[in-house]
Design a protein around this ligand. Structure first.
Ligand code: MRU
Length: 340
């Protein structure tokens, strides 16, 4: 299965990312040699998806000290890199959690300085990556029984291997069901404006031999109305303490449709995506991205001069619309005692 990112080499190595902006036309990898390059890669969505950017952040912190041996220089490089990377995108909480985890290692090891600290941080980043892979597999096992023979499963955006350190969140559930021999098909919303569904989810599922059909985002309602969707599973960028879940813009609309048509809607997310310090979805900061993304994808020209464009990248699905939260500890409900 495709891997979104990896660390190449030892402590003087660097992260290598799949350049997701080019998929599916071209498969290219990009070497990241500085924290600034990692920030740029996160911001242009070369690496994307909540768990994947958490891992990328940890590796970005490691690469900040690449080639340095002097303890003071290493401390200064880390002090510069941590806030830079932490603020690179606002919505996915994994990014903040993983930067804070790396900071925790630094703070807990005041005896460890210089190259020894660099070694320890790389060990932690690798552990973050390895653990995420295990979380994906566990979510797959927990959610797989939801998918039965003959079902059509709708997903939105990309919550697969390209978005994590392992097999995905929502797509991990699908991979686990397919591995058990369940026959089903997937509908992938195209996910405007950047087409993560049409470009990435469709590509990923095709690679894995799972039947997938792309839907224009505005086609979902009629598909529900005609009884063509049996189940919805999406990922999340941040689940608030009450269960409200931020995910790619358009997810909320899908959840409303699912409820109207009595189709179960599930969020698949590891505990690393839960944010118990944010009480409800109202407090989740929503990234607003460049206007050009909205008119740049499929329009033949720019909008009329003077027209304003809004481009919120995420929306919040209220907990009332979510049947269950598929996690590494099973399918759970608020207040999520299993995860705290
Ligand atoms: O802007 P993106 O592509 O990073 O948005 C990603 C999503 O919304 C995913 O659905 C979410 O991160 C869950 S990924 C396992």
């Amino acid at each position: 299965m495709i891997r979104a990112l990896r660390w190449d080499g030892d402590r003087d190595g660097y992260p290598v990312l799949v350049e997701q902006t080019l998929l599916p036309d071209r498969f290219e990898e990009v070497d990241i040699k500085t924290p600034q390059e990692m920030v740029a890669a996160i911001q242009r969505l070369a690496v994307r998806g909540a768990p994947a950017i958490g891992i990328a952040a940890a590796y970005g912190i490691c690469v900040a000290t690449r080639g340095l041996e002097d303890a003071d220089a290493i401390d200064a490089a880390l002090d510069h890199a941590l806030p830079l990377i932490r603020e690179s995108r606002p919505t996915a909480i994994n990014l903040h959690h993983m930067v804070d985890r790396m900071r925790g290692v630094i703070d807990a090891h005041t005896d460890l300085r210089g190259v020894a600290l660099r070694e320890r941080l790389l060990e932690e980043a690798r552990a973050i990556h390895r653990e995420d892979e295990e979380l994906c597999d566990a979510m797959g096992r927990a959610g797989a029984p939801l998918i039965r023979d003959g079902m059509s499963v709708l997903t939105h955006c990309n919550a697969g291997a390209l978005a994590t350190g392992g097999s995905g969140t929502a797509l991990a559930v699908m991979y686990a069901a397919a591995a058990k021999g369940v026959q089903f098909q997937v509908y992938a919303d195209e996910t405007r404006p950047l087409l993560q569904g049409a470009r990435l989810t469709a590509w990923e599922l095709q690679q894995e031999g799972i039947p997938v059909t792309i839907l224009g985002d505005n086609a979902a309602a009629t598909m529900f109305a005609h009884g063509e969707i049996d189940l919805v599973i999406t990922g999340s960028d941040r689940v608030a303490a009450n269960g409200d879940a931020a995910n790619k813009i358009g997810t909320y609309g899908v959840a409303v449709l699912a409820q109207h048509h009595d189709v179960p809607f599930y969020i698949a997310a590891p505990s690393t995506t839960f944010d118990f310090s944010t009480p409800t979805g109202q407090e989740i900061p929503i990234e607003e991205r460049a206007a050009e993304e909205v008119w740049g994808v499929s329009w033949k020209s720019a909008p009329p001069a003077g027209i304003s464009v809004r481009n919120p990248a995420f929306d919040v699905t209220p907990k009332e619309l979510i049947h269950g939260w598929i996690t590494e500890n099973g399918i759970v409900q608020p207040p999520f005692d299993e995860l705290r």
